[in-house]
Design a protein around this ligand. Sequence first.
Ligand SMILES: *[C@@H]1O[C@H](CO)[C@@H](O)[C@H](O)[C@H]1NC(C)=O
Ligand SMILES: *[C@@H]1O[C@H](CO)[C@@H](O)[C@H](O)[C@H]1NC(C)=O
Ligand SMILES: *[C@@H]1O[C@H](CO)[C@@H](O)[C@H](O)[C@H]1NC(C)=O
Ligand SMILES: *[C@@H]1O[C@H](CO)[C@@H](O)[C@H](O)[C@H]1NC(C)=O
Ligand SMILES: *[C@@H]1O[C@H](CO)[C@@H](O)[C@H](O)[C@H]1NC(C)=O
Ligand SMILES: *[C@@H]1O[C@H](CO)[C@@H](O)[C@H](O)[C@H]1NC(C)=O
Ligand SMILES: *[C@@H]1O[C@H](CO)[C@@H](O)[C@H](O)[C@H]1NC(C)=O
Ligand SMILES: *[C@@H]1O[C@H](CO)[C@@H](O)[C@H](O)[C@H]1NC(C)=O
Ligand SMILES: *[C@@H]1O[C@H](CO)[C@@H](O)[C@H](O)[C@H]1NC(C)=O
Ligand SMILES: *[C@@H]1O[C@H](CO)[C@@H](O)[C@H](O)[C@H]1NC(C)=O
Length: 793
Amino acid sequence: MLRLLLLLSVAIALSGADEQITTNSELDISSCPITYFGQKYERVYVNVTSENVVICFNGYYDPQNKGDCLVRPGAVRINFFNYERDSKFEKFFRQNLPSISNALECIFVFSDYSVDFWIANFGSQAALLVVFGSEGTVLTDVLVDGNKVNTVNVTNTARIFKFYGSADLSGCRHSGVLLRPGEVSSDPETCFSLNCSQTAVLQTSTCGPLERCQGNGICSSDSLLDTICTVTGPAVIDFHGQQNSVKDRCSYSLLRIPSVPDFQVLANFQERHRKDVSFLDSVTLRLNGSGVHIYLKQGGRVLLDDSALTLNSSVQTVRGVKLSKDQTGVTAKVSLSNFKASVFFDGSTAQIHLEGPAGQSLQGLCGNSSRSLSKERVSEDSSTSCEMQYMDSNDTMINCTKMTERCNLVKEAPFSSCDIDPEPYISACIDTLCSYSDLDHLRCQFLEAYARACSLKRDTTLEDWRSKADCSPPGAFCQDRTCSDHEFCGEKTAGGETRCFCRAIFASKYRKINSLGDPPVCSENSASLSLVGCLLEDKGIDYSVLQLKEPTCRGQLDKQTHMVTFSFNSANLCGTEITNNNSQVIYKNTIMSENLSSGGITHQDQVYIDFSCIQTQPDMQTVVFRMKSSSVVQVISSGPWKCSLTMKAYTDPGRTQAVYSNTEVLLNQKIWVELDTDGLDEKLVALVTDSCWATDQASPTGGRKYYLIKNGCPNSEDQTVRVEGNGEGTSNYFSFNMFQFTGSSADLYLHCKLQLCDKQENSCVKNCDGARKRRFARSNYEGAAFISMAWTT
Ligand SMILES: *[C@@H]1O[C@H](CO)[C@@H](O)[C@H](O)[C@H]1NC(C)=O
Ligand SMILES: *[C@@H]1O[C@H](CO)[C@@H](O)[C@H](O)[C@H]1NC(C)=O
Ligand SMILES: *[C@@H]1O[C@H](CO)[C@@H](O)[C@H](O)[C@H]1NC(C)=O
Ligand SMILES: *[C@@H]1O[C@H](CO)[C@@H](O)[C@H](O)[C@H]1NC(C)=O
Ligand SMILES: *[C@@H]1O[C@H](CO)[C@@H](O)[C@H](O)[C@H]1NC(C)=O
Ligand SMILES: *[C@@H]1O[C@H](CO)[C@@H](O)[C@H](O)[C@H]1NC(C)=O
Ligand SMILES: *[C@@H]1O[C@H](CO)[C@@H](O)[C@H](O)[C@H]1NC(C)=O
Ligand SMILES: *[C@@H]1O[C@H](CO)[C@@H](O)[C@H](O)[C@H]1NC(C)=O
Ligand SMILES: *[C@@H]1O[C@H](CO)[C@@H](O)[C@H](O)[C@H]1NC(C)=O
Ligand SMILES: *[C@@H]1O[C@H](CO)[C@@H](O)[C@H](O)[C@H]1NC(C)=O
């Protein structure tokens, strides 16, 4: 007694942060949670009335409700204390309650200075100590689900120094059944049994996934197989309830039955937002050896080999497979000799329900997920890059404690009414949600998979688990949205719209260089640049507001790849700037937001992507021309004048380095061609070069033709041609850059048509710059002379 009094005084001395409770209060005890008969609580609700004090854990006391409460009549106020662990208290509790074997973790106390309630957390166990300091009797009722399970009677008389009482508050509960520590219960009909350990830890057991309850509490494994394999996210929970995780982006065999070689189910994994977490992406049924494939894809798409199938809720039989689709997903059912398999896929979870004779060894990850993963890997092609492992930075926003609590919902009602072992689902859920953000319905995906397994296997529909777990009804999530191979469908906003996101590994090569697309593709007369649709969306950029310099040049969205391509070509340059540098021609354009060009304002992210194509001019070293017939001399005799005409080629502007038949001339090298006459009076006549052209054949009119001079003026399309002194005197010359007909013989023939002009009656100089072309006085032209020279490589 003395010792207890001492303890009490210590306790009161410690109570620095006591809190007075005179009315009804809700208190946070999360720093010292209590597992009250198997149910863990982090809050208490205190009702203080003139008749009694009621301390409840699951909401304010209401005699109508099934409260978990401690009720003691007669009190007016209460003080609330909170204590740390102290071994002196532990010993005292243990002496009074030998059934408590766990270590004390913490205690909290309610006190009105006359009566103290000491409530202690012993991990999975809990205990109550009622200490009464005045004379009289204090009776405290212990209620579980509203039922009185114990009464603590503390009677204090001056003569009997017994003024404390205690109760063990430990136990286990399952679907409304309360078990005291050490108690077991089982249902022979279902073989489902509960075992509450001495330390109040509940163990449930049932027949194995490949067993059946015979109705007498005995499980048998001999006759029929009725089992489920679940693949969700990276996790595979096989027919035996073992769980494993796929870490790469390969295809795996899920199921193959040795006696039914024509049928195989494969699962294909891909990454999503993170490079290091893979998700089930599609399911493939291989029929008839591997001759026929049915692909169950994202968005509810189903392909038979290459052709898409349109499915609805009515069953459609394709190659012996009964296919149907509803708002939850696609189901494929097959009968294979004495087996029946049903494969369901909703875009994130696949479930195979297999019924048939037991005792067969089932192959694939569903047969045994603990087998070496590499043995079940199926390489569709020889590339093994799917096995490559990637690292990604940890997501510090993930609260693993919170996610673990979330995953553990599978242990609680209404899930607990299903007798499928929840552990593999919980560990798959925790593994995924502690390494990958809670996106795209992931928080419900594992609960959904468990609930679905229950309804498939045991025909148990879990009551209203969605509202309890805050999960929206099954369905339309990403149904009928088709993303390309480098994308996946995900939520744009939590619980809202969906869109196609870039897969992490695909996107990383762009993000690394901060690029939105591929390098430009340049060809002879066009150029294009493709931007990645999902990267644009990530940045909130609507591709339809983008343009090239010319506003009418917009991006084209490819419906399949979701790439947005901008292009220009020689027919429509789209505002391309062309610059020339001796060795290169540069075509430059810009993809920009439409309002950048108009100078307007916008609230959208601005895009400004310069891109250019560079065309390298032909290499000057490759072609060497030699003059076939060097200087050409021709005597012309026409009208009143007689003279000889010479045509000579030079490699310098001063026309001192003549080109002879052994002189090498390079492609693009500048050549000066002089046309000279002899025997004319410069005062009277002028030599006019009317036109000069090149052909690839000896005849001036045969083959392909290219003009250097036309109507006395340089061909405006060839910037390299210069004409000097035309019509001024009895000689003139022009220059041009050596060229070659593409795809033709190497020979090049140069022809000129020359005329003599009477200077006294005409202006023989032609104005080639003026807008208005002056006409030659044709009457004085006394016929024309032709002169030609030939070149070869
Ligand atoms: C307990 O307190 C709550 C909240 O104030 C109140 O609604 C309820 O009636 C009280 N119950 C009793 C039995 O006093
Ligand atoms: C409480 O205990 C006292 C003393 O042992 C006894 O006299 C009394 O009847 C008990 N009261 C109840 C309600 O059990
Ligand atoms: C209950 O569980 C305990 C501890 O795991 C075990 O020793 C005991 O045999 C079990 N009881 C039954 C009936 O299965
Ligand atoms: C199965 O394959 C065989 C040969 O590989 C072929 O003859 C047969 O038509 C196929 N059956 C179906 C249903 O595709
Ligand atoms: C389902 O599709 C089939 C064939 O495409 C069509 O004949 C049938 O009417 C559809 N049923 C429903 C319920 O839409
Ligand atoms: C699954 O395979 C592992 C490794 O080969 C083996 O240890 C285990 O016993 C197998 N499990 C079953 C149920 O066959
Ligand atoms: C990420 O977290 C894991 C486990 O929590 C840890 O082992 C690893 O070192 C972390 N990696 C980085 C890059 O922080
Ligand atoms: C994580 O979640 C738990 C439980 O919901 C919460 O108590 C804790 O404060 C959270 N931690 C952080 C760092 O947010
Ligand atoms: C011109 O060509 C040279 C050599 O190819 C190149 O290095 C240079 O960048 C070009 N100049 C411009 C302005 O593009
Ligand atoms: C561009 O600016 C015009 C006005 O200058 C405005 O009407 C239009 O909505 C803007 N477009 C975008 C995409 O912001």
